[in-house]
Design a protein around this ligand. Structure first.
Ligand code: ADP
Ligand code: MG
Length: 263
């Protein structure tokens, strides 16, 4: 069964989509079967996967509202070698329409259930809010990946997010765990960044990924070519960091499986 990871941070511009797209392509490149769910009405993960969000008859919106099977909404990212549940502006309406529906927090979980056996990893790229869409991701996922920039307010935002994760765990999804915190756009010469990074390690220990993603313009350029940076310019520093992160995730998952077998 697929491991389902939600890529979450209520702050915009911290690297959620860049992380989702490059991890999806990075793990696909290592032979894993990957599905990426674009859960942001901005459709950046869709465009960054090389799929034109303007030409879609059906999107994740239809799967959430039960108007289509998730399987029939699926598109293939040729550049990234993974499958995608695409999104566009229509998804913004789901936020309101879902409120009226039964099981409004678990619609995504139900939609993904028939696909679980077809993948090794499912990533959910979340919108920049702790909205009903993000709640659906937190209910569908087993684990949360939190990309963050090492700046002063980041820690405050993290407290809110950890609080939300705890509430979801208490009421809706008891198995939900933080997979890891990912330091993005990291500048090692910036002393505030060093300080925040050290604080993260103190508070979250092993939950902080060893891999640091540096600020690298190739990561920002790749989406305009409709391809993940790990494919488009795999030698770039940014791509190398995401490939290392994919390796770190595989190693952690292998260790966890070994523990589960031993237990
Ligand atoms: P989010 O999904 O959290 O809003 P994005 O992944 O879209 O964040 O990143 C915000 C912007 O920063 C985008 O233009 C993206 O291309 C750019 N970006 C993301 N990560 C990096 C990085 N490590 N170095 C340089 N630019 C980055
Ligand atoms: Mg995004």
């Amino acid at each position: 069964m697929a491991r389902v990871l939600a890529v979450v941070n209520q702050k915009g511009g911290v690297g959620k989509t860049t992380t989702s797209v490059n991890l999806a392509a990075g793990l696909a490149g290592k032979g894993r079967r990957v599905l990426l769910v674009d859960l942001d009405p901005q459709g950046n993960a869709t465009m960054g996967s090389g799929i034109d969000k303007r030409n879609l008859a059906r999107t994740v919106y239809h799967a959430l509202l039960g108007l289509s099977e998730a399987a029939s909404v699926r598109a293939r990212s040729q550049s990234g070698a993974y499958d995608l549940l695409p999104a566009n502006r229509e998804l913004a309406g789901a936020e309101i329409e879902l409120v009226e529906l039964p099981n409004r927090e678990s619609r995504l979980k139900s939609a993904l259930a028939p696909l679980g056996a077809q993948y090794d990893y499912i990533f959910i790229d979340c919108p920049p809010s702790l909205s009903l869409l993000t709640l659906n991701a937190l209910v569908a996922a087993e684990e949360v990946v939190i990309p963050m920039q090492c700046e002063y307010y980041a820690l405050e935002g993290l407290t809110d997010l950890v609080g939300t994760i705890k509430r979801v765990r208490a009421h809706l999804n008891p198995r939900l765990e933080i997979a890891g915190l990912l330091r993005t756009m990291y500048d090692p010469r910036n002393t505030l960044a060093q300080h925040v990074s050290a604080q993260l390690e103190t508070h979250f220990g092993d939950k902080v990924y060893r891999t640091l993603v540096p600020r690298n313009v190739r990561l920002a350029e790749a989406p305009s070519y409709g391809a993940p940076a790990v494919v488009w310019d795999s030698a770039s520093k940014g791509a190398q960091a995401y490939l290392a992160l994919a390796q770190e995730i595989l190693a952690r998952d292998a260790a966890q499986e070994a523990r589960a077998v031993g237990a």
